[in-house]
Design a protein around this ligand. Structure first.
Ligand SMILES: [Zn+2]
Length: 684
């Protein structure tokens, strides 16, 4: 009997074996399978060793122990033995303006970004990336910053009247922006009108804490996130004291010296209770506090070679209005301020207030992608557990965006954004990934490294730009000018322009093609005569066309945006003003205005220049010009160009025939436009 029982047991065990034998999941043709890997799923504690993750299309479809998955021969298999697989990371505060940065995010394992200053280009990127036409992280984008009047940053929306709030909200929704970014200068009633209107229309508000509102009321108003721990120092200061902001960091230093610690916990509790998120961006303050030791930054900050030389230059404190006047004491205060920020982060985490990882990428020495890995370490240093810090870059962003389980986890149904790591991210720093799965597409480490090397080399090796010569229909043979120019920024060549100028029916016409390396391979072309101009910009996600026409004392603009939306405007065009362009053609138009100026003479002229910097617009530029003594048959002018409050000055040199040879401008960014020897400078 005993024997029979044991036989039965053995049979049962065998049967058990047999029934567990069929795989729970079959990975079929075209599926991507990461095998034998330790999964850090993030939707639960701990890790899943020796697992297989199956990706179909852009989704994760299975996360199973190795033995439970059968992989068909035509699936794509990645060996994850000895490695860890975690969800792709989210940088929840970026300022991306270059396509190279999109590559850098991905190569660092950042597969989602929240863009905090939006323009049409981000909508274009967002859609092109979602459609698989452009390689980059999934983008959630703000519209242009909404600030008081005057604005802090150019291209922001100035909103000074509560009555204008509805229009701003409507424009954001109509354009397709994901949320509204608010800034410090908004007046209290304007902020409240904006928040109420946004709530009514269902579009989130996030950003800074307006000075007029303060931290507590911003959280109470329903703002979704607070950036950079903005507003905290004022909120924990002793109330009723006078402020002296004549020296910003001196005042912060005084505030730091009198912090009322008892004020912190109720605000932490308010953040938890209202579910107002904090995106502390510790890394940006950390880098700013280090700007007095550039050598240390150059040694410690990774991927600086992937940043264009001109941008690197602009990051030096003497070239940034926020830092050019700082004293040694100010830097000491900035370091204390980083300690204060870390304390707030520690208390937020301990109090259960929700936290997002973000970098403020784009600011000095906050490099796209890799900076998020540094931010995670700063969150850990501030007192978060490694798991909490990883949550701030994975599951928390998903929850913040109302997409819990949709990304930031390794679980069936989630977007297949995954990073393959050579060390355990729950034990030590997240390393640069050995491979990335981006919405289901496998990008092996060697491919990512090749893409990064190409970015670095583009700044050190001459490029083949192949800028075509423009064509002007009906061009008369003489007098004419055909030339090829090189654009140099901070000592390295960053673009080219080829230009033809001549006459059609007795009228001067200029046409030019330009190539700018940065953002990647942007082509501009323009055509300019005395009464009209056109500008065309081609980017990976579309084409922008703007035409201007002088009509009496008005300038009429029309065209279409990168995403095909009509552009139409009309603005005053004062008597005596001229049409110009952002390029050598603009210089030719300018020289016509100053032809009669004798040596030693001075004049001021006003030009209108179509421009694309974040949004299509027309800049009114005032040129103050002085003719210097001629030398070697060349004419030289000292020029200062003022647009709004920004002024730059330099020199323009013309050849004996009056065509531009060289123009230099700067600082902050030293720009030189130089005529190349070929092709022939004169049409025969
Ligand atoms: Zn920012």
């Amino acid at each position: 009997m005993k024997q029979i029982a044991s036989l039965l047991l053995a049979a049962a065990l065998l049967a058990g074996c047999r029934t567990s034998q069929p795989p729970r999941f079959i990975a079929g043709s075209g599926d991507l399978v990461i095998e034998n890997v330790t999964v850090v799923p993030m939707d639960r504690e701990g890790e899943l060793p020796r697992h297989a993750v199956v990706v179909r299309g852009d989704r994760i479809v299975a996360v199973e122990p190795m033995g439970s998955v059968q992989v068909s021969r035509d699936a794509i298999r990645i060996d994850g033995a000895g490695k860890w697989l975690m969800p792709g990371l989210a940088d929840m505060h970026v300022h991306a303006w270059r396509e190279t940065e999109l590559t850098m995010f991905v190569a660092a394992g950042v597969t989602t970004v929240r863009n905090m200053f939006g323009a049409e280009q981000h909508l274009g990127w967002r859609d092109a990336i979602a459609q698989g036409k452009l390689l980059g992280p999934t983008i959630v984008t703000a519209g242009p910053i909404v600030d008081g009047d005057p604005v802090t940053w150019p291209s922001s929306i100035a909103l000074s009247d509560p009555a204008g709030a509805a229009r701003v909200v409507e424009d954001h929704i109509a354009s397709g922006y994901d949320f509204i970014k608010v800034y410090n200068g908004l007046k209290r009633d304007v902020y409240q009108a904006l928040a109420a209107e946004a709530a009514k229309r269902g579009i989130p508000v996030a950003g800074h804490v307006p000075w007029s509102v303060g931290l507590g009321d911003t959280m109470a108003t329903g703002q979704r996130s607070i950036e950079h721990l903005d507003g905290w120092i004022d909120a924990v200061d002793r109330p009723g004291l006078p402020h002296d902001w004549s020296s910003y960091w001196e005042e912060i230093g005084r505030q730091l010296g009198r912090i009322d610690l008892a004020r912190i916990p109720p605000l932490v509790e308010k953040s938890r209770e209202t579910q107002t998120w904090h995106c502390p961006t510790l890394v940006v303050m950390n880098r700013m506090a280090g700007l007095n030791d550039l050598a240390a930054l150059h040694k410690n900050v990774r991927w600086l070679e992937l940043v264009p030389p001109a941008t690197r230059k602009s990051w030096e404190p003497q070239n940034d209005f926020r830092f050019d006047k700082l004293s040694a004491d100010d830097y000491v205060t900035m370091c204390s301020y980083t300690d204060f920020n870390a304390r707030i982060v520690r208390m937020l985490a301990a109090g259960g207030a929700p936290i997002l990882a973000g970098t403020d990428q784009g600011n000095p020495f906050v490099v796209a992608g890799v900076s998020l890995l540094d931010e995670i370490e700063l969150l850990v240093a501030a007192g978060l557990t490694r798991r909490q810090a990883l949550e701030a870059a994975t599951t928390n962003p998903a929850r913040f965006l109302g997409k819990t389980g949709g990304f930031g986890v390794i679980a069936p149904g989630a977007r297949a954004d995954l990073i393959l790591l050579s060390s355990d991210p729950l034990i030590g720093p997240v390393p640069l990934p050995d491979g990335v799965v981006l919405r289901g597409r496998w990008l092996p480490g060697h491919e990512l490294r090749t893409r990064l090397t190409a970015i670095a080399e583009s700044y050190t090796h001459p490029r083949q730009r192949n800028v075509p010569a423009p064509v002007i229909e009906g061009l008369e043979s003489a007098p004419g000018h055909e030339a090829h120019y090189e654009i140099e920024e901070s000592g390295s060549v960053s673009g080219e322009e080829r230009l033809v100028a001549g006459r059609v029916g007795g009228q001067r016409v200029i046409a030019a093609n330009q190539h700018f390396d940065d953002p990647v391979a942007t082509r501009h072309s323009y055509r300019l005569d005395a009464a009209s101009s056109t500008m065309v910009i081609e980017r990976s996600y579309g084409k922008l066309e703007v035409a201007l026409r002088v009509d009496g004392e008005r300038l009429i603009g029309s065209g279409s945006s990168f995403r095909g939306k009509p552009i139409a405007f009309s603005m005053p065009f004062p008597k005596g003003a001229f049409l110009t362009a952002d390029g050598v053609g603009g210089l030719i138009a300018l020289t016509e205005q100053i032809k009669a100026l004798p040596v030693g003479g001075r004049t001021t002229v006003v030009g209108f220049e179509p421009s694309y910097s974040r949004t299509p617009n027309v800049l009114e530029a005032t040129f103050a010009i002085e003719r210097k003594p001629d030398a070697g048959g060349k004419r030289t002018y000292a020029i200062s160009k003022r647009v709004g409050s920004r002024e730059s000055s330099g020199e323009l040199v013309l050849d004996a025939d009056g065509w531009p040879l060289l123009q230099s401008f700067g600082p902050p960014i030293d720009t030189v436009i130089r005529r190349l020897a070929e092709p022939p400078a004169r049409i025969p």
